[in-house]
Design a protein around this ligand. Structure first.
Ligand SMILES: [Zn+2]
Length: 225
């Protein structure tokens, strides 16, 4: 889909099949550098590289890689992307332990094949200059350290696997067979419903460019009733 909003790309050519979306996002920083959000399954790095070349973006201009959580469809190409970009890596401190396989993750879903030591282990509410100003929102449930990334200036939320496609055009929580703790995921969804979100950019559905909050609030109401 390419540049979905000014300075925000949904990297094309990384879906493993036509039925399974994996939305790797590339976000312009305030200067000339870029931030990558999640890295796709193993084997995705060359596909990201192809996309970068097509758009005239040098791999080493990616200075930051933010991870929403440990699952392999998000971290599978992390090591490869680090070696191509030399970028600094970021995740919630709980998730960083599982990405490093210290300890190995025992929840549902597949952990990364190769352990990676994340550079910056943040906590809820930490803010970063990357991506034009990112705030980390710890949104556990799907995994213990799952994090959504909010750009307050532009009211954009990268929601990772907090949400999944629902029926019709609605949102759903990620199915319980992939979720570590369903009630916690519900609490996280309700928390995000309190944010002012214009553009909602989940990993496996959307992007919803104009009606982010309406979508999340509708789901939060269904979770309550
Ligand atoms: Zn996941």
């Amino acid at each position: 889909m390419a540049e979905i909003l000014p300075g925000i790309h949904q990297v094309e050519g990384v879906d493993p099949s036509p039925d399974f979306f994996t939305h790797v996002y590339l976000v312009k920083d305030k200067g000339s550098s870029w931030t990558l959000i999640d890295t796709g399954l193993p084997g995705t790095a060359p596909k990201i590289d192809t996309y970068l070349k097509k758009h005239g973006i040098s791999p080493t201009s990616i200075r930051s890689i933010f991870l929403t959580h440990l699952h392999r469809d998000h971290t599978g190409s992390l090591r490869d992307m680090i070696s191509r970009t030399k970028a600094k890596t970021y995740s919630h401190w709980i998730e960083a332990a599982f990405i490093a396989q210290d300890p190995p993750y025992d929840g549902p879903g597949t952990p990364p094949a190769e352990p990676v030591s994340v550079d910056e282990k943040f906590k809820d509410g930490d803010q970063f200059e990357a991506g034009g100003g990112i705030v980390a929102y710890h949104t556990p449930g799907h995994t213990p350290g799952h994090t959504s990334y909010y750009l307050p200036e532009r009211k954009i939320l990268f929601a990772g696997d907090l949400f999944f496609p629902g029926t019709g055009d609605t949102l759903s929580l990620t199915p319980k067979e992939y979720t570590q703790h369903v009630l916690t995921a519900q609490v996280s969804a309700k928390r995000v419903a309190g944010l002012n979100v214009v553009s909602l950019l989940p990993y496996h559905c959307g992007p919803y460019l104009r009606d982010g909050s309406a979508k999340v609030i509708e789901l939060a109401k269904r979770l309550t009733t």
